[in-house]
Design a protein around this ligand. Structure first.
Ligand SMILES: [Zn+2]
Length: 251
């Protein structure tokens, strides 16, 4: 039986992303941050490394045995309400999950339902192993939001909130800002560690978005590949290689 077209398209989309380094995913996260132009690449790499460590450490520290059921167990242990939203998504506003200010976590049902339909098509084909299961996707999304709740509850001490960018300083007055991308990166690696998934949760961006717009998903993939290309050029020029500690983030 020929491969369903949708499966072939999405396999093509995802395959090049399986070898993207942590550092490149980090730069991708920073490229989507409003402060991106104010943060030099070396600083982005250093924060990526710290964010990954922070996310992994908190996954261990929370004391829940890693696995697909861990995010639900942890959310319950932290008394976080997990709800569903049926709000339809649009190409312009793609949100798969959210952590509300009152601590409730919302998982959007529509993108998950679309992904479930897609997986039913992929099941049994030789490409099925390229894709996380719908349950795995749900667990990764939930874990990501649980991390944001943990950040909220520990904002004075957690790495993702104590790292700040100086926006300006005049006559002894300074304005420092937290950087959203640091929390996003940490949340992704927290989710990976907590669920025990072999997939990098950053993959979910293009993978779920493809259910709405294949061309939009392709744009995301192209952005990431371009970022990864730029990093290998820098490494070639010897620019970034001398930085202390960045090697580790390449694992
Ligand atoms: Zn997030």
């Amino acid at each position: 039986m020929p491969l369903p077209e949708q499966v072939a398209q999405r396999a093509e989309l995802i395959r090049p992303l399986l070898t993207i380094t942590d550092r490149a995913w980090g730069r991708y996260a920073f490229s989507r941050d409003i402060l991106r132009d104010r943060i030099p690449p070396e600083q982005q790499d250093a924060w990526t490394e710290g964010a990954i460590r922070c996310g992994r450490e908190w996954a261990v520290r929370c004391g829940v045995t890693p696995g697909p059921g861990a995010p639900d167990a942890l959310a319950a242990g932290l008394h976080l309400k997990v709800g569903q939203s049926d709000a339809p998504m649009t190409e312009k506003r793609a949100v798969f999950a959210a952590c509300l200010p009152d601590g409730e976590i919302l998982l959007m049902q529509e993108p998950l339902a679309r992904y479930r339909e897609f997986c039913a098509q992929a099941a049994g084909t030789d490409q099925a192993g390229l894709f996380p299961t719908p349950e795995e996707v749900r667990a990764l999304l939930l874990a990501h939001e649980v991390f944001h709740a943990i950040e909220e509850a520990n904002e004075s001490t957690i790495y993702t909130r104590t790292q700040k960018l100086r926006l300006w300083k005049i006559f002894g007055f300074a304005n420092d800002s937290t950087v959203r991308a640091i929390g996003e990166i940490a949340a992704m690696y927290f989710a990976k560690e907590l669920t025990g998934s072999r997939f990098n949760p950053f993959l979910l961006d293009p993978l779920l978005f493809a259910g709405y717009s294949l061309s939009g998903a392709k744009t995301i993939v192209c952005d990431i590949i371009e970022i990864a290309g730029k990093i290998s050029e820098e490494a070639h020029d010897g620019k970034v290689n001398q930085l202390p500690g960045v090697q580790q983030a390449q694992r």
